[in-house]
Design a protein around this ligand. Structure first.
Ligand SMILES: Cc1cc2nc3c(=O)[nH]c(=O)nc-3n(C[C@H](O)[C@H](O)[C@H](O)COP(=O)(O)OP(=O)(O)OC[C@H]3O[C@@H](n4cnc5c(N)ncnc54)[C@H](O)[C@@H]3O)c2cc1C
Ligand code: SF4
Length: 523
């Protein structure tokens, strides 16, 4: 039975956003008997609603409310109003995600200690480490059904993978596989069916073979009778009392009416742009710089991973769009090896865009023969994506723009400049990516610039000392004991791995902590 809580019920935990962080936290708390109201700005879409067409699906699911950009990154020039590809729907960006699910390497929890101070970067060690996270990763892998973990077999490789694998092995790479994916590889021992290799992972999996909070954690949480999800409910402000404790949130409901929901605890999981925006928009006379911002760290240290893509054209068809979008990885370059001219490392992962996206993202603004002949050879193309650790910089930040949204609220401005380490890493990855395709006879191989950011991290970072960040090792804000950060914005550094498995592991761990502290009466 789906729960229904009163607006004045101040015993509930309010979670803002229902994506990888918020959706998992909501279910985990509900399973432990904690009463939860989850407020989600977007609507509810299930596998039968997903659309196997790139742009239509994007219009259905993506966050299209206003945002602005600044800085020298290419995304600001190519996609000024769209700095990121983020979803506005129940389940958040786990509807669009591809499912690549990797643990951090041990040293990546301690980037400052491992890499040393890097000029211009605001590197910091996480206040947690690999040993502490290991059991939570295991729980996250079981929840997501990650291939090549537990007893789960790997996925079969599609044509895009076969080309990629052959080239990588020819270059001498050893850590080459179809990766660890939150996609079912068999029909045994799972409530989800095995992948049908239809190739629309980015559009929401119509088979439900890929894990998404939308059709796993959310309904499981609702089934406990402890979770109420209010969709099309956009939180405008977090309120607090004279003691500086948060008391609840104001939100615009599906009819556009302003409501107040009381809360014992508020957990912020709106993704890396909306979470700091909400803290800044919640400024008051007691907290004039925004909530949880005595350190002036809210919004700073925005990270997006060093990305870019490489495509190869062959003389025979590859049909890269068939099969899973991202089940293919080379991990040899993920190590920290400064002899390459940069700190940290990167992963190379197979990627296939449908023709409509390819035309938009191949080289935005380009025209002429080079561009059109590449598209003419779409059928013969193979593709890969770079995911590398980018440097946190305090000047890469989310601030409030002068522009306002449909509710009259100031929108997020996203400022980003590449760090020289990011540029050196990207150029190295482009070279290696092209070498992979050249090694198996590509007639042409070429890099393409980064798309709007899909991995958005770091604007409310975890820190040991309150002056270095926004929240502690539990995601609890340093300034306000009953206000938590529960999404990717709590990342201290980004590591080379796709972030969602870590967001989920942190959410499971945070639920355990919150339930324990609530029972003890400390929050
Ligand atoms: C195309 C694509 C492919 C990806 N592939 C991978 C992959 O293979 N592996 C991987 O690890 N990651 C991948 N990602 C990234 C991954 O989806 C995100 O890292 C992850 O979902 C972030 O989780 P989150 O909880 O921080 O935010 P989200 O999942 O984005 O959830 C935030 C939610 O908060 C809601 N919200 C925001 N503001 C408010 C408000 N004011 N009031 C109420 N609700 C609000 C939003 O509507 C949204 O539903 C991919 C992303 C994209 C777009
Ligand atoms: S390829 Fe597999 S995971 Fe991707 S959309 Fe199709 S069935 Fe789902």
């Amino acid at each position: 039975m789906v729960a229904k809580f009163d607006l004045t019920d101040d015993s509930v935990v309010v979670i803002i956003g229902t994506g990888a962080g918020g959706g998992v936290l909501a279910n985990e708390l509900a399973q432990k008997g904690v009463k939860v109201v989850a407020l989600e700005a977007g609507g509810r879409y299930l596998p039968e609603d997903y659309i196997n067409d790139e742009w239509e699906s994007f219009s259905q699911l993506a966050w299209l409310d206003a945002r602005t950009t600044s800085g020298s990154w290419r995304v600001a020039k190519d996609f000024g109003g769209l700095p990121a590809w983020i979803v506005k729907a129940v389940g958040g960006t786990t509807t669009h995600w591809a499912g690549a699910s990797l643990r951090f390497q041990d040293h990546e929890w301690k980037a400052l200690t491992t890499y040393g101070a890097v000029e211009g970067a605001s590197l910091l060690d996480w206040p947690i480490d690999a040993a502490e996270m290991a059991p939570w990763y295991e729980k996250a892998e079981d929840k997501l059904g990650v291939t090549r973990t537990g007893n789960r077999p790997g996925l079969p490789g599609n044509n895009n993978y076969k080309v990629f694998e052959k080239g990588a092995l020819a270059l001498g790479y050893k850590e080459v596989s179809t990766g660890r994916m939150a996609i079912e590889s068999s029909n045994e021992n799972s409530s989800r069916i095995a992948c049908q290799q239809t190739g629309f992972c980015f559009q929401g999996c119509k088979w439900g073979a890929k894990w998404s909070a939308a059709y796993t954690d959310i309904p499981e949480g609702e089934a406990t009778g402890n979770l109420e999800v209010r969709e099309r409910s956009h939180v405008a402000k977090i309120l607090h009392n004279d003691e500086g404790k948060v008391t609840g949130v104001e939100y615009f409901d599906a009819e556009g009416n302003l409501q107040f929901q009381a809360a014992r605890i508020v957990c912020l999981a709106g993704n890396t742009f909306e979470s700091p925006r909400l803290l800044l928009n919640s400024a008051s006379s007691m907290f004039p710089n925004g909530l949880a911002n005595s350190s002036d760290q809210v919004g700073r240290n925005y990270m997006r991973h060093t990305t870019g893509s490489v495509y190869g054209i062959f003389d025979k068809p590859v049909k890269m769009w068939r099969g899973t979008t991202m089940a293919g990885i080379v991990q040899d370059e993920a190590r920290h090896d400064p002899s390459r001219g940069f700190v940290g490392g990167y992963e190379l992962e197979t990627l296939a865009l449908g023709l409509p996206f390819m035309a938009a993202f191949l080289n935005p603004g380009a025209w002429g023969r080079g561009f059109t002949t590449a598209l003419d050879h779409y059928e013969n193309m193979a593709g890969m994506w770079i995911v590398g650790e980018d440097m946190p910089q305090s000047t890469n930040r989310v601030t409030l723009s002068d522009a306002t949204d449909q509710y009259g609220l100031k929108v997020a401005n996203v400022h980003f400049d590449d760090h020289p380490n990011d540029v050196a890493m990207r150029n190295h990855a482009y070279k290696q990516g092209m070498a992979i395709y050249d090694a198996v006879g590509a007639t042409r191989s070429f890099p393409t610039p980064p798309y709007p950011s899909t991995h958005n991290l770091g604007t409310n970072r975890m820190s040991e000392r309150p002056e270095d960040g926004v929240c502690n090792k539990w995601g609890q804000t340093h300034d306000i004991a009953n206000l938590f950060i529960s999404d990717g914005s709590q990342f201290t550094t980004g590591a080379a791995e796709n972030p969602t498995l870590t967001i989920v592991a942190l959410a499971i761990r945070q639920a355990d902590h919150i339930a324990r502290e609530m029972a003890a009466g400390t929050i």
